[in-house]
Design a protein around this ligand. Structure first.
Ligand SMILES: [Zn+2]
Ligand SMILES: [Zn+2]
Length: 155
């Protein structure tokens, strides 16, 4: 990677001028928080997670592309865990346990490199399911806390 992160960000800003036509469907990107027309969001979700296919990703194409580049760089510095005893730091399941769930069979599908979208720093290797969980909760500690309160309510 020749360019640094800041230069790339500027480049994406130039490449992604937003033009919203009248009557066009729009959506807010969960990362850059910009409201963009639907065609600026990738249509397809992860090939291997078809059950999640919906109107498209909640991350715009520019952020998606940018985050892909960041992840590739982080993967070089923080290789995928290959040790059988490695467990997801969130659900505490090992790759064997995750494989036996039958949903994901290959290591490359089981472990996702997670990074902070604000600082772009490596957070850890987490399982696919927990990675989806984090994004479903918008990576928001406040939402997670409300989720815990909600589950703890006495019924
Ligand atoms: Zn975005
Ligand atoms: Zn997990």
């Amino acid at each position: 990677m020749g360019r640094n992160t800041l230069e790339q960000l500027t480049l994406f800003d130039i490449e992604n001028k937003i033009h919203i036509k009248e009557g066009e469907e729009i959506k807010e990107c969960r990362i850059c928080k910009e409201v963009k027309p639907l065609h600026m969001f990738p249509r397809k979700r992860h090939r291997h997670i078809q059950f999640l296919q919906d109107k498209g990703r909640s991350t715009c194409k520019a952020c998606h592309k940018f985050s892909h580049t960041i992840v590739q760089e982080l993967k070089i510095k923080h290789p995928r865990p290959t040790h059988a005893s490695y467990a997801c730091p969130i659900c505490d399941k090992t790759s064997e346990e995750l494989k036996s769930s039958g949903r994901w069979d290959k290591l490359t599908l089981i472990w996702c490199l997670d990074h902070c979208h604000k600082t772009l720093k490596f957070r850890g290797w987490i399982c696919q399911g927990c990675n989806i969980g984090l994004s479903r909760f918008y990576d928001s500690i406040a939402i997670f806390k409300r989720g815990i309160k909600y589950l703890e309510r006495k019924l």
